[in-house]
Design a binder for this molecule. Sequence first.
Ligand SMILES: [Zn+2]
Length: 287
Amino acid sequence: MPELPEVEVVRQSLDKNIKQKKVKKVIIRNRNLRIKIPVNFANSLKNLKIIKVDRFSKYLILVLSNKSYCLLHLGMSGTIHLINFNKENFSTNTSFYNSPTLPKKHNHVEVIFKNIKMVYNDPRRFGFFQIIDNSSLLKKRFAHLGPEPFDSKFEVDYVASFFKGKQRNIKNILLDQNFVSGIGNIYASEILFLCKINPTKKVCLLKKKDILKIIFNSKKVLLNAIKKGGSSIRDFKNTSGKKGDFQRDFKVYEREGLNCKKHKCRGSIKRKIINNRSTFFCNSCQK
Ligand SMILES: [Zn+2]
């Protein structure tokens, strides 16, 4: 499932390729995504320019020239392919998930510009498009979501007051989008490993120094993944579909039974289901 860093890599690629371009035509092959694409969708994009491509949490935001917005969420399996009409398209995927070139099936939406088109592919159809009419509605749309880890609002007093008196475990809280936006299952395990905090620890028991570590490592892990994603996407394009190194960098995620990577730690990585999600942690250095 694409998480914030993957969505950011897609955003960068879209911003580079479709910014300031005018939508010529929209083709919808299947309206039945997580939110059904409305009948007037094509008309709400046609002849508008993409001012820029923004992102909040895992939502891509196409900022349109009439001051409305087109939200795009990739769901569980969505990818965006860019097909350039004047070049050989030897790799079209804007992310490093799934096929590097456009699959034959599940291409539900096409947005066509002068020299390039953007194709939305989604086998499981949990993703969606949504038109938001103005900036105050956009603000409302995201009102239920907490700050991103990079946001200045994600600081010690905010985190401490959220944790106060709560019996919930830290792993579960890191995934709570009301608390912080954009930390998904993979990165929650990675962040807690760097903090040396056991994922089952109740948040009311965490000290100020733990909170500082959580804030620091949340930023660090996500920024690092964005950086890696960016470099792996370049590799990906250069070597015609060879996967980037990104996945090999995980310290705990999907490393069950392997040795802990922390210097001098003799523990091994365990997997545990916490609130229905696989969680990976070291049985020795995470207390
Ligand atoms: Zn360890």
